[in-house]
Design a protein around this ligand. Sequence first.
Ligand SMILES: [Mg+2]
Length: 244
Amino acid sequence: MVGEPGSQEEKKRVADGKRRAILLDFDHTLFDTDRFFWVDLKSAFARFGVPDEAWESSYEAIWPSGYSLVKHLDGLAGLGAIRGPDIRKAMLAAFDADFSDLRRYLFPDVPGFLKAARERGFDLILLSFGDPAWQSYKVQASRIAPLFGEIVYTAKQHGKAEPAEDFGKHYMALHVIDNNPADLDAMKARNSRLQTHLICRAEPSSVEGADPKVRDRFREAARYLTIPSRLSHHRCRSLDEVSL
Ligand SMILES: [Mg+2]
């Protein structure tokens, strides 16, 4: 996070006030969360005989207090969908083998965009909403953490506006890229100088599909299509459309 006023870190930032930065969201912006979570992770549970309905209802029950795999397994055990410690142990081992490297869930344009931005002198900041331990697992397993000068996780709904305002004070120019119009509105409302980019990775044609498997493919990303934005943001479908 930004240093306390008067700290060494703060002085350095003020001295560096001519730099430019990009503030990036993680889920549905850099990372294909729907394919990871709603398609592949759900299928991995299903291979152990967990019914989709139990998987979803236990997920809905735990996520407000912060998601974790262990909590999800506990919830499923409570519903009788997982029987016995051996199965639970086998599931954890299988998940560890399948999901310790998540680089395949980064959208294809991500590595090139981050590299090019750094080469052009931009500082990269990751600002991600969600349970910090769960978000950190996904970011670390995606192997992109070393590219970011700062990584901030907030578990507070609409909690991005405050850190974005802080960062805005220390940069000559600050781009923000996010898939959530409400978060972009909140950030821009505090700092009209932000260059905001609303990215939509969902295929609108697939969203309406009646097949539940197709719906899951863009399950969360599609919800953001229904959120109106009050302020104006540059709309794009890929990072290649973000001109720096
Ligand atoms: Mg997001």
